[in-house]
Design a protein around this ligand. Structure first.
Ligand SMILES: [Zn+2]
Length: 266
């Protein structure tokens, strides 16, 4: 299984400045190519990373915030062979697919109807696909229907927190994940706790104890503080191997987990 990061930036100012890109990430396993959270630049970044977006099989969008969803229609058009083929899977939050709080859906019905299967993600309501399952996880975020995801493949589980602050019990969704991807947007938070801070990330990693933690979705303050410094602080505090993702980082998970001496499951 391979992970490819098409962007590791998050938040309004990293988005606007593109100090880190905002294309989301891919999970590749055999013929399955999952694109998660295609923010601005996702389509272009996929080509730049030599990852043909027309081979996308599943698109997962955690919520209707700009840095997570705006390239979704472009990826859908690629995934459906330029709209010619009715194929692919789209999973997204309620606001994104149905609209919410007076807003129209973030992805128009025109694009939703191109895809063979469309699912609204709801916390705890597991979704079955060919070769893997996905457990949507609850978040504490401004977009209240935002969900994270646990991608459950037979040999490997990859958890993704999406956006939102830590809350007691969050770890219950991520039990037994091998790899945990966290959106640690900032080293600390000034105001309303709706985003994942470094301290939040430490709490979750400590409670879940994955084999590998990968942090990403860095806001400008996180970039100034230093993503690698954040990762090493998580590792020090929890004893879990932690990496700060970089734009266009490709990671063969069997090799990466092998480095931790954890090869038994692959
Ligand atoms: Zn958000």
């Amino acid at each position: 299984m391979e992970l490819v990061f098409l962007g590791t930036g998050g938040g309004r100012f990293t988005l606007a400045t593109q100090k880190r890109r905002t294309g989301g990430f891919l999970i590749k396993e055999g013929k399955v190519k999952i694109h998660v959270d295609p923010g601005p630049g996702a389509l272009v970044n996929a080509w730049e990373a030599r990852e043909n977006p027309m081979r996308t099989t599943h698109l997962f969008v955690s919520h209707a915030h700009t840095d997570h969803y705006v390239d979704a229609p472009a990826i859908i058009e690629a995934m459906t062979n330029g709209t010619r083929d009715h194929r692919g899977v789209l999973v997204g939050s309620e606001w994104l697919l149905k609209g919410g709080d007076g807003d129209y859906p973030g992805i128009m019905r025109y694009h939703q109807e191109m895809v063979a299967r469309v699912e609204v993600s709801r916390p705890g309501k597991k979704l079955d696909f060919d070769g893997f399952d996905v457990l949507p996880t609850e978040t504490r975020h401004e977009e209240t229907s935002c969900t994270g995801f646990v991608f459950e493949f037979p040999k490997l589980r990859v958890g993704y927190t999406a956006d939102g602050a830590y809350y007691p019990g969050m770890e219950d969704y991520f039990q037994d994940v091998d790899v945990l991807i966290l959106n640690t947007i900032a080293p600390d938070m000034h105001s309303i706790p709706i985003l994942m801070t470094l301290a939040d990330g430490m709490k979750l990693v400590d409670a879940v104890k994955p084999k590998l933690a990968i942090i990403q979705h860095f806001g400008l303050r996180a970039l100034r503080y230093g993503p690698e410094r954040m990762a090493s602080e998580i590792a020090e505090r929890t004893g879990v191997r932690a990496i700060a993702a970089r734009d266009f980082m490709k990671m063969d998970l069997s090799k990466e987990l092998g480095k931790s001496g954890l090869t038994s499951f692959l």
